[in-house]
Design a protein around this ligand. Structure first.
Ligand SMILES: [Zn+2]
Length: 129
């Protein structure tokens, strides 16, 4: 998968991205329709209303990055929690203080971070409507 670079007008820097293939079994030469742009520089600074790369809220990019299985430039923290959507105890990738993504099903969970005595966090979560 090739990594491309483009200028992000929100982060005001060059960012790296990949385009996921929409390859289907059968090997027909499909247009890259359905291929999704995944920004590898997604991080805490992506706090705008709309991500210039996707034209969608930044959380969408966070979900894409988590589900792509790629390591982003900015390491995403994860917390233990139970996904409200699929019910699995899992690691929820923390996209921002309020939202985490289930690494099993990709659902966005609302996070309430609870600090434990040892300084680590667990998440109480609720599915986003
Ligand atoms: Zn889930």
């Amino acid at each position: 998968m090739d990594t491309h670079t483009t200028y992000c007008s929100h982060c005001q820097k060059d960012v790296s991205f990949i385009v996921t293939s929409s390859s289907r079994p059968g090997g027909q030469a499909n247009l890259p329709e359905g291929g999704q742009l995944v920004c590898l520089d997604f991080g805490r600074s992506c706090d705008g209303n709309i991500c210039p790369l996707s034209g969608l809220p930044p959380v969408v990019m966070g979900v894409r990055l988590v589900m792509s299985g790629k390591e982003g430039t900015e390491k995403m923290e994860s917390v233990h929690g139970v996904c409200e959507s699929c019910g699995f105890p899992t690691e929820l990738a923390v996209i921002n203080e309020r939202q985490g993504v289930c690494q099993v099903c990709g659902s966005t969970n609302r996070l309430v971070l609870l600090e434990l005595d040892d300084g680590s966090y667990v998440a109480a979560s609720a599915t986003e409507p």
